[in-house]
Design a protein around this ligand. Structure first.
Ligand SMILES: NC(=O)c1ccc[n+]([C@@H]2O[C@H](COP(=O)([O-])OP(=O)(O)OC[C@H]3O[C@@H](n4cnc5c(N)ncnc54)[C@H](OP(=O)(O)O)[C@@H]3O)[C@@H](O)[C@H]2O)c1
Length: 234
């Protein structure tokens, strides 16, 4: 017998960048809510992860690693793919912008989520919930990204702006498969990337992110929201 209340408990969620920060916190929170969690990280370590979590190797900067993950998951439904892994790159601004650093940030933050969406498309189609979540950043919003933050971050901002367009385009392409694609801004959060002075704890950000992820349906596909549900202008 199936019931609506039983559905989330049996859903499978795959989180990239699960070794620390928001990714690790999402893994713990999803596992605590009864999800089957696949925690993808480049250096698998089960120590820090909740019981019942499956750890898989994934370096999102390596297309062969993405293909190897897809091969290892062949035939398995994935309900939710959370593209969370990211790097910030050089924050110095235009004067220190380095082409290799810029391209590395673009590969990890913008290209990898597209390659993962393609590699796991069949798994997502086979899942019941059918959601791709991009952990983006308000820093990548053309309309809002520079309003209250004047740090350099050229590569990071450009990569998240590119990720945002990738999400909108995926939402268009995958609508026929019933796959919802959503971009979420986690807020400014205390992690290695966010720094100690950030106002939000991972727990509070992740609680909001998971609410947004669980609420999201086809009508939300192609939207960009903060962790607290407020929309962000592109
Ligand atoms: N913290 C904030 O204030 C904030 C604000 C806006 C948006 N975000 C976004 O939120 C997400 C999580 O950020 P965070 O603050 O948790 O960052 P973080 O603490 O720096 O963690 C980044 C995660 O990404 C992983 N990662 C980096 N490169 C990878 C690769 N090539 N392959 C696989 N994993 C890789 C890291 O793994 P390793 O341990 O292997 O390095 C780590 O697990 C990111 O998308 C970020 O852009 C964060």
């Amino acid at each position: 017998m199936t019931t609506d209340t039983a559905e989330p408990a049996r859903a499978t969620v795959l989180v990239t960048g699960a070794s620390r920060g928001l990714g690790a916190a999402m893994v713990k929170a999803f596992a605590a809510r009864g999800y089957h969690v696949i925690a993808a990280m480049r250096r698998p370590s089960e120590a820090a992860l909740a019981a019942g979590t499956r750890v898989v190797p994934l370096d999102v900067d390596d297309p062969r690693s993405i293909e190897a993950l897809a091969t290892s998951l062949a035939g398995e439904p994935v309900d939710i793919l959370v593209n969370n892994a990211a790097i910030r790159g050089d924050t110095g601004g235009l004067s220190t912008l380095d082409p290799e650093d810029f391209l590395a940030v673009m590969r990890v933050n913008a290209l990898a989520p597209l390659l993962l969406a393609r590699a796991l498309h069949a798994n997502l189609k086979a899942g019941r919930l059918k959601k791709i979540i991009h952990i983006s950043s308000r820093a990548g919003s053309l309309a809002e990204g520079t309003l209250d933050d004047d740090e350099g971050d050229y590569a990071y901002r450009c990569s998240k702006a590119a990720l945002n367009m990738a999400g909108v385009k995926l939402a268009q392409d995958f609508r026929r498969d019933g796959i919802t694609v959503l971009a979420l801004h986690p807020g400014w959060v205390k992690t290695d990337m966010g720094g100690a002075e950030a106002p939000l704890d991972t727990k509070d950000s992740v609680a909001g992110l998971i609410t947004r992820i669980e609420e999201a349906g086809p009508a939300d596909s192609g939207r960009f929201l903060r962790f607290d549900g407020r929309p962000i202008a592109w």
